[in-house]
Design a protein around this ligand. Structure first.
Ligand SMILES: *Cc1c(COP(=O)(O)O)cnc(C)c1O
Ligand SMILES: [Zn+2]
Length: 395
């Protein structure tokens, strides 16, 4: 189906993230046929756009409507995603001597994680193109989010998840009416199962970074961070990276904000740190040159299941973000994550996901090695709710 649009969306085209080849955004797309790399959306900046537009709009990610790829408002599939708070962590910060520490708390999103942002956008676009059946390999949260948005959109959902994933992640998919397929192994093994199933039926594959619009949903975290800080970016951002959509999306947002003139063209951008689990840290290994890339990396399961992504499709882009920004990847242990979940719950009253807790451990390590100074403005992203992990936290 070929669509044209007359809406307020300023989406211009899709572009290969590797060779810059341009593709039409008027048809359903996956990844780039030229280089087998992620595609991303480009926008038209020829007409000025003022941030004063935002003043009267609701606090969901849809407030950045012009910079989102959905052509027609009637295809928007929304459950109120985005608009998450920035919370100062004064108690924990003063305990350890940090001057300015803030948490962007994504646990308030529909289905309890920031996956809602990406899936709201991807499923809205799928609906716009008339897709009837979506499939996703997931470590947990993405499957639940896709199931919810597909239910809302009236699209059939199939979720392929590791068998060892905690029960709540499976239950939510079934409650949202998705078909659930369990696989022995990690998300890359689920990806193989998806490839096999696609050979037999017309599923649209919504895998991380193999579909262009989850990135557009996740980039809105970058818009929100900038807007909520009155267009002054922090010095440092820590992000728990699995497939890397949030890391790449936030970085993309900063360049779009410069192109829009909403932040200064010469503004210093934050150093971006990708935090991984010791059990599964392919990006750390490539960064340390112990492997050429992650394509052969074998990971183990982590309590932070969102981080158990052994062979991320967008690895190169993640490495570029860290190289360009002056950050680096770092790994932390499951045991340290659990301790940090409990410490943050006790000190700040926030029950964060182990993925988010990993950032606190990483921050302490990065200040010990002087890569981050305690005097800097530091922003952490808690990507999910700890409530979905309770069965593994209390034992
Ligand atoms: C998926 C997930 C991540 C990792 O996100 P990517 O976009 O794959 O890097 C981090 N935290 C939680 C809670 C997740 O569900
Ligand atoms: Zn290309």
């Amino acid at each position: 189906m070929l669509l044209s649009h007359t809406s307020v969306s300023r989406v211009a085209a899709l572009q290969c993230s590797h060779c810059q080849k341009v593709y039409s955004s008027s048809q359903l797309a996956t990844f780039s046929p030229c280089c087998q790399k992620p595609l991303w959306a480009t926008y038209d900046y020829s007409a000025p756009l003022s941030p004063s537009l935002l003043a009267t709009r609701p606090h969901t990610l849809w407030r950045y409507r012009e910079m989102l790829p959905v052509f027609d408002d009637q295809h928007i599939v929304s459950l109120g995603e985005g608009g998450t708070p920035l919370l100062p962590l004064q108690k924990w910060a003063s305990l350890y001597g940090y001057k300015q520490l803030i948490l962007k708390d994504e646990s308030n999103n529909p289905t309890g994680s920031f996956k809602a942002r990406g899936l709201s956008m991807a499923i809205s676009k799928a609906k716009e193109f008339g897709v009837e059946s979506c499939i996703i390999p997931t470590a947990g949260n993405a499957g639940g989010a896709m199931a919810a948005y597909c239910a809302r959109a009236g699209i059939k959902a199939t979720v392929v998840m590791p068998r060892h994933t905690p029960q709540v992640f499976k239950d939510e998919c079934e409650l949202y009416g998705a078909e659930l397929v369990l696989v022995d192994g990690l998300i890359n093994d689920c990806g193989k199962k998806v490839a096999e199933m696609k050979g037999k039926a017309p599923y649209f594959d919504v895998s991380t970074m193999k579909e262009p619009y989850r990135l557009e949903g996740k980039k809105t975290m970058g818009y929100e961070i900038a807007e909520q800080l009155n267009w002054q970016l922090p010095d440092v951002i820590l992000y728990p990276a699995g497939g890397g959509t949030g890391l790449i999306g936030i970085w993309k947002a900063f360049f779009e904000l410069k192109a829009l003139g909403w932040i200064a063209k010469d503004a210093q951008l934050p150093r971006m740190y990708a935090v991984q689990a010791e059990n599964c840290c392919p990006v750390v290994k490539t960064w340390e040159n112990t492997q050429p890339n992650a394509s052969q990396y074998q990971g183990k399961a982590s309590l932070a299941n969102g981080l158990a992504v052994p062979q991320p499709f967008a690895e190169t882009l993640m490495l570029e973000v860290m190289r360009e920004s002056g950050g680096c990847p770092i790994a932390v242990s499951d045991a340290d994550m659990v301790a940090a979940v409990k410490e943050i719950a006790r000190t700040e009253g926030l029950l964060i996901a182990p993925e988010g807790a990993a950032l606190f451990v990483a921050l302490q390590q990065l200040t010990t090695t002087q890569q981050i100074q305690r005097s800097e403005n530091i922003l952490l992203l808690n990507t999910g709710s700890g409530y979905k992990y309770l069965e593994n936290l209390i034992s």
